[in-house]
Write a protein that binds this ligand. Structure first.
Ligand code: ADP
Ligand code: MG
Length: 625
């Protein structure tokens, strides 16, 4: 009433602030942690893991709306702890803010159980190994209804009943049973993947959906994600002082049209990161169509001090002290793994008919994006010799791609487990240096393409692209350990450059020397080409250097290639045999041999295919046979 307000003395105005009762405060706080039955599943499973359980059973009914129960054989709780655990900020996992930076447990906020108890009816039964009797406690709406000693096995059983029974508005927000069950299975899957050494079961409405025996990560992946991944997983494993990565990625042929089956864990915590996902996608770029998604289950372990998991209680977001390092590391580790084990041709007609149209294969990605990260000094660090990530070509490694291409069908079932790859099967191979069978028919078409049989059909190589790849890898290898052999020119040619080009020349001269071109200044913007690579046909070196300068200048500045990388790419392009050049049979055989000795034979440095495989089976289908 306004008039009262106007005439009343100031001390008649009532104060407005009141303290919320605990149960209301808890209900509000619970909104952050428990949004749906799946959130409770995550929290309860994580608590069981933190308690050191080796067996964890999840039981749900009515999509978790009626019941979410987790039974574990972990440490259990004392009577006092059993009572305490429902208090907000009650945790045994940290004691001060410092601990947060060393956290290795899944939980640490001490909010989950308080939240669950605020929005559901809870029954806790728990016993420690050293105690005679266990404790039974019933709580709902944040109020303890019952507490008594009970006979119980060691461990904890935590049952959450009738979620949101006291918050109807939130109960109404729950989705269909199918959708909520999906969330539960997702959470279950994430925890179960992270802890393959723990036995997990999931029972829904009295039906057992999962029974996951303790075992290896690989077994766990196959149990959870499907046996079609069996024998199609490539091991990723790299260790450095800063961080380790471990896990599996699917062979390119297992890539799917829909996202899913993609899991990142940081210190065993499932996280979502578009950024790291991008790093993995980049590693696959040349191997799968751009609109498909590879499977991966990757674990990154690093000092908790450089990760901030405290961003949001449930959002599964994470902040790294240095994201770029992690990106480069993930990308190079996956790339390394794929290069070691995967030699699947880019073009696999079995994948999808639409891929036959090729555009996505011909321009599978934008170079700039791909390389911005890859060319950073960190990435290069990973690919140097003596680093864990350097891709070493071994004696047998040189023939590896040949074996894959030609020996695979002879090994019977087809796909071989990388781990079980035995000594190379050389039955179709002749000598070390010329693994192409002497009687294999090799033909040049249109002075540009080379055809040759493969064990499933035939390959169609693009000679220029193939040669570009070969030179690229040779130059990379050469520029890494020892310079390319130079041959002194008998008639050194002189180049007069514009001041701008002279500046570029000064910049790249040392690197050029490494790549086989000895160039010396000869006064005012003039240079003399004293030597050229021994195995590159002499004659047009002036032209090559000209183009090199041109291309070097025009490499987009946001492509952070090293100077050497730019030169190597440019040289590979120029020194390659051009389309339209007639080749002798010997040259063709050499090219094919060299190509399949490459670490990544199937694409040019720019990502275009170097060859296509046509499988007989496919050809037959195309002819309606
Ligand atoms: P947090 O996990 O962040 O510590 P919670 O609310 O999830 O917080 O749990 C509170 C405390 O209750 C934990 O710190 C732990 O000491 C105890 N606790 C919870 N669940 C279990 C369990 N399954 N077994 C043993 N102790 C548990
Ligand atoms: Mg917890």
């Amino acid at each position: 009433m306004k008039w009262l307000f106007l005439t009343a003395k100031p001390d008649f105005v009532p104060d407005k602030i009141t303290l919320l009762p605990d149960n209301i405060a808890n209900q509000i706080a619970a909104g952050e942690v428990i949004q749906r039955p799946g959130s409770a599943v995550k929290e309860l499973l994580e608590n069981a893991v933190d308690a050191g359980a080796t067996e964890i059973r999840l039981i749900i009914s009515d999509a978790g709306k009626a019941l979410v129960q987790v039974i574990d054989n972990g440490s259990g709780m004392s009577e006092t702890d059993a009572r305490m655990c429902f208090e907000r900020h009650a945790t045994s996992k940290i004691r001060n803010i410092e601990d947060l930076f060393h956290i290795r447990t899944m939980g640490f906020r001490g909010e989950a159980l308080a939240s669950i108890a605020a929005v559901a009816q809870v029954e806790l039964k728990t016993k420690r190994a050293e105690d005679e009797a266990g404790t039974f406690i019933e709580v709902d709406n944040s109020v303890v209804r019952k507490q008594e000693p009970v006979a119980a096995p060691t461990g904890t059983s935590f049952a959450m009943k009738n979620l949101f029974f006291n918050v109807p508005a939130r109960r109404n927000f729950l989705k269909s049973n199918a959708a909520e069950t999906r969330h539960i299975v997702d959470e279950f899957t994430r925890v179960a993947l992270a802890f393959p050494e723990i036995l997990f079961t999931l029972t829904a409405n009295n039906q057992q959906l999962f029974h996951l025996e303790a075992g290896s990560l690989k077994q766990r992946i196959v149990q959870l994600l499907g046996s079609n991944y069996n024998a199609k997983l490539v091991t990723v494993k790299e260790e450095t002082d800063y961080m380790n990565i471990y896990g599996f990625v699917g062979k390119p042929e297992t890539a799917k049209k829909t996202r899913g089956d993609q899991y990142f864990f940081v210190n065993n915590r499932f996280i979502r990161s578009g950024y790291l996902n991008h790093a993995v996608m980049n590693a696959y770029q040349e191997m799968i169509p751009s609109d498909s998604y590879p499977m991966y289950v990757l674990f990154i372990d690093l000092d908790p001090a450089v990760v901030d998991v405290n961003v949001h209680p449930t959002k599964q977001e994470i902040k790294f002290e240095d994201e770029k390092i992690i990106y480069a590391f993930v990308q190079s580790a996956v790339r390394h793994a794929l290069a070691q084990f995967s030699v699947t041709p880019t073009l696999d007609f079995d994948l999808d008919a639409s891929i036959q149209q090729l555009p996505s294969i011909q321009q599978p990605f934008t170079d700039d994006k791909k390389n911005a990260a890859a060319a950073g000094s960190i990435f290069r660090g990973f690919t140097q010799k003596n680093q864990a990530h350097f891709i070493e070509k071994s004696e047998s490694g040189e023939l590896k791609h040949w074996n894959e291409m030609y020996a695979r069908s002879e090994s019977g079932a087809g796909s071989r487990e990388p781990e079980t790859t035995g000594p190379a099967n050389h039955s179709l191979l002749t000598t070390h240096h010329s693994p192409l069978a002497a009687d294999a028919e090799i033909t040049q078409l249109l002075n540009t393409y080379i055809t040759l049989p493969s064990n499933k059909g035939f390959l169609l190589l693009h000679q220029q692209s193939a040669h570009e790849r070969v030179i690229y890898e040779q130059l990379c290898a050469a520029s890494k350990d020892k310079p390319v052999v130079t041959q002194r020119s008998m008639f050194p040619s002189t180049m007069e450059l514009s001041p701008a080009d002279a500046a570029v020349m000064e910049e790249i001269m040392d690197d050029l020397k490494y790549l086989g071109y000895t160039i010396e200044p000869f006064g005012k913007n003039t240079y003399v080409i004293q030597g050229t690579p021994a195995d590159v046909e002499a004659g047009n070196d002036k032209h090559i250097i000209d183009i090199l300068l041109e291309q070097y200048k025009h490499f987009s500045p946001d492509v952070k290639f090293s100077r050497r990388e730019k030169l190597v790419r440019s040289l590979a392009r120029q020194q390659s045999i051009k389309a339209g050049t007639r080749l002798t049979e010997r040259e063709m055989r050499q090219l094919v041999t060299d190509l399949f000795a490459c670490a990544t034979p199937n694409v040019t440095p720019d990502g275009n295919p170097t060859y296509l495989e046509f499988k007989q089976e496919q050809l037959e289908r195309m002819f309606g046979r």
